[in-house]
Design a protein around this ligand. Structure first.
Ligand code: HEM
Length: 661
């Protein structure tokens, strides 16, 4: 999932920070200003960020109000912040250290103390006044404890780079909850796990998607990610059951099949000595997967550039650009009508919508003619897609709402998985020992088959690599909410209507929560599980609480399958002369210029061609054993089992002779 990604949705997961800023605020964004992260700063070259002696959590921390950039002369300078080896924006940090940001609050207290002393020495009336002043001071201190630290000033200091990068520097100074204020705009930046839990889980009802819903409305309408309130509740209840375990199992074959197509493509490149751009290849891989998985449509984008593939990309880019755009000119009908880019977007959106509408109509007709009994783990053998499940379930929903939901899942499940694979590949290219360990694991566990569910359970190091990659590069890096009512965030009062950015980036790199937070170390996952870290809200790659990603298991299996199959066949290296790998913000974290790699076929024992299609065998309510084969969801009835109980999973099987031996 939002830029803020994720539209990123949260990726879209997510949503955006700059989108909502108003015209005239003189902001720049990553689209207009190249990003200045140096390649060497990422991955293994990160140094440990020293723990500050003071805690940065909300409970124990109180930072005076601060000003980010008040000098008009400074504000006209081009934005060019560089992170130091501790991941900190040096310019910002130096200005903070110089005392430039110290608020007058502390001085005011000093003056009061001085005045009290004078009064106390001025006889009984003075002593009385001094006492009254002390009381007043105590009350002021209490009130100031409830006042959030504020960082305010010129937005260009914040927006001229991937926005989550300066937010990290500010978090190190102002703590787990602070107000970021530019011009008339205010955002609350949250990087504290307890406060995050409060917003996402304990008081989830008190928050909406706010800005995110406004940005994504043009493409997702009232789909699950932007939806709030009753619509969200109803649609979530309808959609979650469609991703049941048997469905995800059936998808395993699809993941293997699509990754195999990518392997074939890479094989050709490796044989010809051509470099490849992995970010766009991953984007195509995950588009092919999600099209089949959600509405049984084969984009086949790894092989073809058809009109519909192009239209999907135009639509996706627009969603991302709006989430980091400066001036929301698309909201002005006359401008939107004459701007060639907006005309292109409208045309693309029309094509995608028409395609989805026709898939919905076609599927409706098929379902009407079916007489399959609908059970909670219903799956259609020819079309195991989510769309088929929803229609077969009798879900009473308008075609428009259904289309919004499909579009939401298309976007949510596409760029997020692609971004995870991109940054994982990048991190691995910087860490040969980790890659070697990964390859040892996949050679041992997988042999030459596509992963079955049992294999995935055994691919522990591969999964740890994915977790570590999502920790360092969360997709989306920020989650967006708006307060529907007043709330207390730790000790601070939050007012209804305030916009909040939960920085997943900061949570995942906080020195208070992680040892060596910037180091890529999959071994850290040996000592605790991702589930434990998620429960503590210090690791939330899929969000948390009632709005947690519905596709988390699907996505984890998808990326583990892809990584394992690719690592088994190929070695990847950054291509000679490739542009530096820098970050930019869209719905997810993208590279600025792609991930250009040299791919080589691994030299190892000859492999037997992959013929395996993972399957799952269960017993239905009549004691009939059914085998679900992964690639097309087809069901073969194998026989009846007198002793097995209905619903029981009998065995995982493989058609690979090697495995069955
Ligand atoms: C690695 C891949 C993925 C990542 C990192 C990811 C991340 C996230 C995150 C962080 C959220 C929460 C957003 C928020 O609270 O604002 C979310 C929500 C969501 N995701 Fe994913 N996602 C991924 C894959 C998928 C896939 C494959 C699907 C669909 C099959 C999907 C569907 C959704 C939906 C529908 C929501 C909205 C849930 C709701 O609001 O009730 N995601 N995702």
């Amino acid at each position: 999932m939002a830029s803020l990604s994720t539209a990123a949705a949260a990726g879209v997961s997510c949503s955006c920070i700059a989108g909502p800023l108003s015209p005239g605020m003189d902001l720049r964004c990553s689209n207009f200003n190249s990003i200045r992260l140096q390649n060497k700063l990422w991955g293994q070259n990160f140094k440990l960020v020293k723990r500050r002696s003071e805690s940065t959590t909300t409970k124990s921390r109180r930072v005076p109000a601060a000003v980010l950039d008040e000098k008009p002369s400074e504000s006209s300078k081009p934005v060019a912040s560089i992170l130091n080896s501790e991941g900190i924006d040096e310019e910002l940090a130096a200005r903070i250290a110089s005392g430039e940001f110290t608020a007058p609050a502390a001085q005011r207290n000093d003056q009061l103390v001085g005045l009290r002393k004078v009064l106390a020495n001025a006889g009984p009336p003075g002593r009385f006044l001094s006492l009254a002043l002390a009381n007043l001071e105590r009350r002021m201190n209490q009130a100031s404890l409830m006042t959030m630290p504020v960082a305010k000033g010129d937005a260009r200091k914040i927006v001229g780079q991937p926005f989550f990068v300066p937010l990290y520097t500010l978090f190190k100074t102002y703590g787990g909850v602070f107000r970021l204020s530019f011009g008339p705009k205010n955002f609350i930046i949250v990087s504290d796990p307890d406060v995050t839990k409060r917003i996402l889980k304990d008081n989830a009802k008190g928050y909406s998607k706010g800005i995110l819903a406004e940005i994504l409305e043009f493409v997702m309408g009232t789909g699950l990610i932007p939806a709030d309130g009753e619509i969200w509740k109803v649609r979530r209840r309808a959609i979650v059951p469609s991703l049941h375990m048997k469905y995800v199992m059936a998808m395993l074959g699809l993941f293997g099949e699509c990754t195999q197509r990518l392997c074939d493509k890479l094989h050709v490149a490796a044989s010809n000595g051509d470099d490849v751009e992995m970010e766009s290849l991953y984007s195509r891989l995950t588009l092919d997967v999600i099209g089949k998985a959600v509405f049984n449509y084969d984009f086949d984008s790894l092989s073809n550039d058809t009109g519909i593939v192009e239209a999907v990309y135009v639509t996706l880019r627009e969603a991302e650009d709006r989430s980091v755009g400066i001036v929301p000119y698309w909201k002005i009908p006359i401008l939107a009508a004459i701007d060639p880019r907006q005309q292109r977007v409208a045309k693309a959106l029309k094509l995608v919508n028409e395609t989805l509408d026709s898939l919905i109509d076609k599927c409706k007709k098929i379902v009407e003619e079916e007489d399959d009994e609908f059970t909670e783990d219903y799956i259609n053998e020819r079309d195991p897609s989510i769309l088929h499940f929803l229609l077969a379930s009798g879900d009473e929903v308008t075609s428009k709402q259904l289309r919004d939901d499909l579009m939401t899942m298309l976007i949510a499940g596409h760029e997020t998985s692609a971004a995870v694979l991109t940054w994982t590949t990048y991190l691995l290219s910087l860490n040969p020992p980790v890659t070697a360990k990964l390859q040892r694991e996949v050679d041992t566990v997988l042999g030459d088959r596509a992963p079955s569910i049992d294999d995935i359970k055994k691919l522990r190091y591969t999964t740890a690599i994915i977790n570590e990659s999502m920790r360092l590069y969360p997709q989306p890096p920020v989650l967006i909410r708006r307060a529907l009512e007043d709330d207390m965030l730790g000790q601070y009062l939050l007012r209804k209507g305030e916009d909040i950015f939960i920085s997943v980036w900061n949570l995942h790199r906080s020195p208070d929560l992680w040892e060596d937070p910037d180091a890529f170390r999959p071994e850290r996952w040996d000592t605790f599980s991702a589930a434990e870290a998620s429960q503590a809200f210090r690791f939330i790659p899929f969000g948390g609480g009632p709005r947690k990603c519905v596709g988390d298991v699907f996505a984890t299996f998808e990326v583990v399958t892809a990584l394992a199959m690719l690592a088994r066949r190929f070695d990847f290296q950054i291509a000679a002369g490739a542009p530096p790998v820098l970050m930019t913000t869209g719905a997810t974290i993208h590279t600025t210029n792609g991930l250009h790699m040299t791919v080589t076929q691994r030299t190892r024992a000859p492999v037997i061609p992959m013929t395996d299609i993972p399957s799952l065998t269960t017993v239905d309510e009549n004691g009939v054993i059914k085998t679900y084969r992964g690639s097309d969801g087809s069901i073969s009835v194998v026989g009846s089992a007198s002793k097995a109980s209905p619903g029981q999973v009998v065995t995982q099987t493989s058609s690979n002779p090697q495995e069955q031996r």
